[in-house]
Write a protein that binds this ligand. Structure first.
Ligand code: PEP
Ligand code: MG
Length: 748
């Protein structure tokens, strides 16, 4: 800017604000704004490009380029310099646009005579709404002051866009938060749901992006910061002694709240004419963009903390608390950046679906959603910036797709899908009390996996014959402190009560790897999945395991007790774990507690090494349960949490089926009952192949029992086995396709 003074910048912002106050169409405003900016910044060109759909930008207004190019010139995201700014979310400043990588010549604009180019994203909370460009005839790089001034302007434009200032004719001037949006994420839990958005943290709306008096704004900021610091201190005071993770987050909050450089940046923004809210948001937006490109997970977490803190500050400044007065709609679909398990449990089962921007398949929230069988899509990038409370939304957990404000055609296709699923559900319900008996007369026992009290009603509803895997760690994960033994006695007792005599296989605490207890110091291990986890922790530090075993014995209170250990990799580990059980039984007896009527001690088989354990191991184990999730991860050396590789190897890979077959044979030789309790047991085709390999007991999510039973009742396992054998002898990598082709010939 020829005269890049603060007052010049403030004057411009005030003019921009005045255009917001004027009645008029969006197009008129945009035209006026480009004129004002070019005039104030003494540039030959100012142009505004807005998105007409999720990946096409359109020139919507210009001062200096040919007017006939307006609404004609379009580029895809990443295309040309403007497209590059939109893709990277970062400024592009060059004195020689045609020589800059990615430049694309647009003859209709006449821009070839303006070599200097400065493009900035128009961005709100990390979401790019468009691109603002200034250009000059004179070949020069724009100064830092000019870049900064334009950044502030872009921020105001973003707020104006959010307030609907640019609504007009044509796709690019469509009102925000109205167009249909599609988000491709990752499946957290399968299933389909239709409902209305409920934002876990509603967005703050900044109605006053520009302020007249910087001193007043700075005072407001200082007051808000004081209140923010106070609230962080109060949160600190409320912490319990064990809440170490929480403490760490709050300490980071405190550090940011006292950070001079952060405050200085906000104050500088205020001095250039922004209101306190807009200034906080500007810095938040920059931090969000940075967040996306920071490779270090720890730093990214800290940037997340800063983002949360900015949200708190914005709420204090704007007076828009969590309680916005909005009422939760019917069929609520929770939309959030991320959510902890305790908060999710508070919402309860009334949620129809859940959509998260972050999260991981193994996160605690995902575990809870799965227990409730609520469709969950994670990694729906930027949805919290776009969705409004009450927006219609459809969640397709199978395809990992979220349709926000869907078009009619999508709605009807989606409803057809839901109706078909409901129809199938009816069929499954009618099978509830029937056995999973195959056409060849074999009966496969179907059990369910559980871990939360919320799972228990499913024992009756699903027709499960028992609980094949009770993941005890879930009770530890959803708390923010270590549960006491008495609490565990009561929980396990209620589980056994609910089972009403059906078998429940309790698995001792499986922590480490993806399951980190919020109140335990995480171990910084280079490869946690191969690290100090599960029974390794239990044997090295037996305190918790012993407490858990005591609780189980007391909860059984004379009833049969079944216990198994996670992640056993060799015979000795199993023996040591088993010794603990018998030692605790002796101890409990000595203390006068009633002992279980019968005790079975088994183990999960999750490591390939255990398949080759000595025969004595198989003889000693009262039962074995194949933990396919981990077994597959170690067999194929492919991280189950890593999106890049987790689907790379098919469970129906003939090598994996051969491994399963070998486990079945070794168990049969020793007369040891064996089951399969990984996620794959709940997939009908996989379940069928496991049964064909000789497994007679499968444990799965309750919602999978119906579909699995339905398929098993249709098939002849000998025929399936032949198909598998032939595929293997033909050198097929996976038997999936031959099995599918064969299934197509099996009558319904
Ligand atoms: C498994 O690994 O297959 C299993 C059932 O255990 P988890 O998924 O809890 O690790
Ligand atoms: Mg496991």
């Amino acid at each position: 800017m020829a005269s890049g003074t603060d007052s010049e910048s403030r004057k411009l912002l005030r003019r921009l604000r005045d255009t917001l106050a004027e009645v008029g169409a969006g197009q008129e405003r945009l035209d006026k704004i480009t004129h004002l900016i070019a005039d104030s910044m003494r540039t030959d060109v100012c142009s505004i490009y807005l998105f007409r759909d999720s990946d096409t930008l359109e020139l919507c207004a210009t001062q200096g380029l040919k007017p006939e190019a307006v609404h004609k010139t379009r580029m895809r995201i990443g295309e040309g310099l403007v497209g590059r700014v939109a893709r990277t979310g970062r400024p592009l400043n060059t004195e020689n646009a045609p020589a800059t990588r990615g430049f694309r010549y647009m003859p209709e604009t006449g821009e070839e005579v303006f070599p200097s180019f400065l493009g900035l994203p128009i961005q709100r909370l990390g979401e790019t709404l468009g691109v603002l460009v200034i250009q000059c005839k004179e070949a020069r790089r724009f100064s830092d002051d000019e870049v900064y001034a334009l950044e502030v302007v872009a921020m105001v434009l973003a707020e104006m866009a959010e307030l609907g200032a640019f609504v007009g004719e044509g796709a690019a001037l469509r009102a925000l938060h109205q167009r249909a949006m599609l988000y491709q994420g990752t499946t957290g839990q399968e299933g389909a749901a239709e409902g209305r958005v409920w934002l876990h943290e509603p967005r703050v709306v900044v109605t006053n992006p520009v302020a007249d008096d910087p001193d007043t704004e700075k005072r407001r900021l200082a007051e808000a910061i004081d209140r923010l610091r106070l609230s962080v201190d109060e949160m600190m005071d409320r912490l319990e002694p064990g809440d170490n993770d929480q403490r760490e987050v709050l300490q980071t909050y405190r550090m940011f709240a006292n950070s001079r450089s952060w405050l200085r940046r906000i104050e500088t923004d205020i001095e250039s004419g922004l209101s306190a809210e807009a200034a906080v948001e500007k810095e938040q937006s920059i931090a969000r963009t940075r967040m996306e490109s920071v490779p270090d997970a720890y730093l990214r977490e800290r940037l997340h903390d800063l983002d949360d803190l900015s949200n708190r500050l914005l709420r204090i400044l704007s007076g828009q608390g969590n309680e916005t007065g909005a009422e939760m709609p019917e069929n609520p679909v929770l939309v959030a950046r991320n959510i902890g398990p305790a908060e999710l449990l508070e919402y309860g089962r009334r949620l129809k679906g859940i959509v998260l921007e972050d999260g991981s398949v193994g996160s605690h929230a995902a575990i809870v959603a799965r227990a409730w069988a609520i469709p969950l899509v994670i990694h729906a990038k930027n949805i919290t910036a776009e969705a409004l409370n009450g927006d219609p939304v459809m969640v397709d957990g199978d395809q990992a797709v979220v349709h926000l404000r869907p078009e009619d055609s999508i709605v009807s296709a989606f409803r057809d899908k839901i109706a078909m699923m409901a129809e199938a559900q009816k069929r499954y319900v009618s099978l509830r009390d029937k056995p999973a008996q195959t056409k060849c007369g074999r009966v496969i026992e179907l059990h369910m996996n559980a871990g939360l009290m919320a799972d228990l009603p499913s024992l009756d509803g699903s027709g499960a014959e028992g609980v094949g895997l009770f993941r005890t760690e879930l009770q530890f994960l959803i708390r923010n402190r270590m549960p006491r033994r008495s609490e565990l006695v009561s929980i396990y007792g209620r589980v056994l009560d609910a089972a009403g005599g059906k078998r429940v296989q309790f698995r001792t605490l499986d922590i480490g790897s993806d399951k980190v207890l919020p109140y335990m110091k995480p171990n910084d291990e280079p490869n946690p999945a191969l690290g100090w986890r599960a029974i390794r922790v239990g044997l090295d530090k037996p305190g918790i395991m012993r407490m858990q075993l005591q609780a189980l014995i007391r909860a059984a209170n004379g009833r049969p007790l079944t216990v198994m250990f996670p992640m056993v990799a060799q015979f000795e580990e199993f023996k040591a774990g088993r010794d603990h059980v018998y030692r605790e039984l002796d101890r409990e007896a000595a203390l006068g507690h009633v002992l279980p009527e019968r005790v079975e001690v088994g183990t999960m088989l999750e490591t390939p090494s255990l398949v080759y354990a000595p025969q004595q191991f198989f003889e000693m184990a009262d039962f074995i349960s194949i933990g396919g999730n981990d077994l597959k991860q170690f067999f194929f050396a492919a991280d189950r949490e890593n999106e890049r590789v987790r689907r790379r190897y098919d469970t129906l890979n003939s090598s994996f089926l051969s491994l399963v077959e070998q486990i079945v044979a070794r168990c049969a030789e020793a007369g040891t009952p064996v089951s399969f309790c990984g996620e794959d047991a709940g997939r009908p085709i996989e379940a069928l192949c496991f049964a064909a390999m000789g497994l007679t007991r499968l444990s799965m999510r309750p919602a999978s029992i119906g579909p699995v039973k339905n398929l098993l009742r249709r098939v002849d396992l000998d025929a399936a086995r032949e198909v598998i054998a032939e595929a293997r002898s033909n050198g097929r990598q996976s038997v999936r396709q031959p099995i599918m082709e064969w299934l197509a010939t099996v009558p319904r």
